[in-house]
Design a protein around this ligand. Structure first.
Ligand code: AMP
Length: 115
């Protein structure tokens, strides 16, 4: 299992502002928020990846990430006006932490294309 800063957050060894937790998923506020609501949704089981996510092998877990995103968006009050889900993959994608994570961004109008 790849050891990252997120592993320490999952083990509660370093603090995080946790907004959702289940047996398989943890979600917490990004330390460097890019929107009024910026939450990282991660599987507790480390999925190390750079540019390839195995949709078949990890189908249940990936589905749980989206279910959690929907629930958190409602709880954070950003479901009505909309939000953005982002998974950065690899160097060109801007990925910093090699543990699968989905960014949930909302609370303002997003621009396109992203930077
Ligand atoms: P990415 O660039 O997609 O790999 O996203 C990694 C994200 O993790 C960045 O948005 C960071 O701000 C965020 N991050 C890094 N360390 C922490 C931390 N200790 N607590 C919360 N968010 C973090």
């Amino acid at each position: 299992m790849a050891e990252t800063i997120f592993s320490k957050i999952i083990r509660k060894e370093i603090p995080a502002d946790i907004v959702f937790e289940s047996d398989t998923i943890l979600a917490f506020r990004d330390i460097n928020p890019q929107a009024p609501v910026h939450i990282l949704i991660i599987p507790k089981q480390s999925i190390a990846y750079t540019t390839e996510i195995d949709g078949k092998k990890d189908a249940i877990l990936l589905g749980a990430l989206f279910d959690a995103a929907n629930q958190i968006a409602k709880e954070q009050g950003i479901d009505k006006n909309g939000f953005r889900l982002v998974i950065n993959c690899g160097d060109n994608g801007g990925q910093e932490v090699p543990h699968l994570h989905m960014h949930l961004l909302g609370g303002r109008k997003m621009k396109w294309p992203p930077g």
